[in-house]
Design a protein around this ligand. Structure first.
Ligand code: ADP
Ligand code: ASP
Ligand code: MG
Length: 439
């Protein structure tokens, strides 16, 4: 068996966590390729190294003195190296970073140093070769991941080594400049490596017992999902279940490589298996509940809208012209609503309204802000009649006002719009009706 193992930030936050990671890797010879994140939070209220790096970059980019901030980052690594007795030239590494910051710094390079340095420490600790992902993970000119260019170098480079540490989160463009994925992107690196080496399993080690039915910060101690499909995972991750990056499935799909989400702090727990497809029945009617706050809705009313050919296209054209992507578009006979990210929308609000007036000649435009979207996801839902009914009676019981309902045609999910203020209450109510009441 060939396994790729990715360890998240809290799994590698300090020397004690490094020891746990070391023992997990060394206890199974199949754990051949290791993808580390940057050191995360050691305790509540602590700061992730990646966030410290972004802050340090901002100081340097503003032309201000970054010495203190950079020293605080260096200290995080020194503590780990000193406690574990690792011989890594941190002075030299930080001199290079300081020189970069004093020249013409760029943000992706700076952000990537969190993973780079943690990889250096972990490779020294494990005695495994260090491979810089700038060598093997490629991005195109637009900054998108380039599978073809990666395929041209990664498999060959890794087939030459039995064990290696490859930092997560970044790669490089053809001109050699560093490019990062979006936040949480080390999960994607792990997937790319797993695909590139034709791994049998991709283990994603984090700080919870697996992929949970819902966010543990919203519902206390939620149940674990034992088996999840790629599609369910993507729906849930996109809707806030940040335990795995929503884009981590793409490299795995073609090879059908399963992911096992595991807990570094409790390696005895079996975790969650994420697979292409499965006969395993979910434990509950629903598989999981995701959710995100911070949406705005724009409702356009116009008499006889239903018979006006091309009306929807014109509305969406205005959003496209303003560079806005939309989340959902529920519609009635004479109304058409568009849900967008509130922060993205706010600076373009007036331009969108003007554009809608110009292109669609509406009777009325109504805006609403501070909305949340909740996704109830499950491959078992389509076989079960009455799921939507149960959701809405639970929400009515909890006195949550439902603003919008959207059931995907795949019947894999039901999306519900509520006010931000009702978000936690709504998720708890849905969780209780399907999970708490079922056990
Ligand atoms: P890592 O640093 O290991 O990548 P993350 O912080 O990115 O870890 O992801 C793990 C966190 O995701 C958990 O601590 C938890 O708070 C949060 N989370 C949100 N939704 C879920 C969910 N459905 N299942 C598990 N964890 C979730
Ligand atoms: N360290 C990066 C972040 O904080 C990438 C990751 O953790 O996956 O976003
Ligand atoms: Mg993560």
């Amino acid at each position: 068996m060939k396994k790729v193992v990715k360890f998240g930030g809290s799994s590698l936050a300090d020397a004690n966590q490094f020891k746990k990671v070391h023992d997990i890797i060394k206890s199974d010879k199949d754990r051949m390729y290791v993808v580390p994140s940057a050191p995360g939070k050691r305790f509540g209220g602590d700061t992730k190294v990646t966030d410290m790096l972004y802050a340090c970059y901002d100081i340097a980019a503003a032309g201000e003195d970054f010495t203190e901030q950079l020293a605080a980052i260096k200290k995080r690594y020194e503590e780990i190296a000193d406690t574990l007795g690792l011989k890594v030239d941190l002075d030299g590494e930080f001199k290079t970073i300081a020189e970069h910051l004093s020249g013409t710094p760029y943000v992706d390079y700076m952000a990537s140093r969190g993973e780079y340095l943690n990889g250096k420490l972990l490779s020294a600790y494990l005695g495994y070769e260090f491979i810089d992902p700038a060598e093997i993970i490629k991005f195109n000119e637009n900054g998108d991941f380039d599978q073809k260019a990666t395929d041209a170098v990664l498999p060959e480079r890794l087939s030459a080594v039995k064990n290696a540490v490859i930092p997560g989160f970044y790669g490089s463009k053809a001109d050699g400049s560093i490019k990062t994925f979006s936040r949480g992107g080390s999960d994607i690196t792990g997937s790319i490596i797993a695909r590139g080496v034709h791994a049998d399993l991709y283990e994603n080690w984090t700080d919870v017992d697996g992929f949970l039915v819902t966010d543990p910060r919203v519902v206390e101690n939620p149940a674990i999902i034992r088996t999840l499909t790629y599609r369910e995972m993507r729906e849930l991750s996109y809707m806030g279940a940040t335990v795995l990056h929503e884009d981590a499935v793409f490299p795995l799909r073609k090879e059908g490589i399963p992911v096992n989400v595991r807990n570094t702090n409790d390696p005895s727990a079996p975790g969650t298996m994420i697979v292409e497809s499965t006969c395993t029945k979910p434990d509950y009617v629903i598989t999981g509940i995701g959710g995100k706050k911070g949406f705005a809705s724009i409702t356009i009313e116009k008499d006889m809208m239903n018979s006006e050919i091309g009306f929807g296209r014109k509305v969406l054209q205005v959003f496209e012209d303003n560079g806005l992507s939309f989340e959902h578009t529920p519609s009635g006979i004479d109304t058409f609503t568009v849900y967008v990210n509130q922060n993205d929308f706010a600076p373009k609000e007036q331009s969108v309204i003007a554009g809608l007036h110009r292109l669609t000649n509406p009777d009325l435009i109504e805006l609403e802000s501070d909305l949340a979207l909740i996704a109830v996801v499950g491959r078992g839902m389509k076989r079960q009649r009455g799921t939507a009914g149960r959701i809405f009676s639970a929400l009515a019981h909890a006195r949550v006002n439902v603003k919008m309902i959207d059931q995907g045609s795949s019947e894999l999910n039901i999306i519900i719009g509520v006010e931000n203020a009702d978000f936690e209450k709504a998720i708890q109510a849905i969780y209780d009706i399907f999970v708490t009441a079922a056990v």
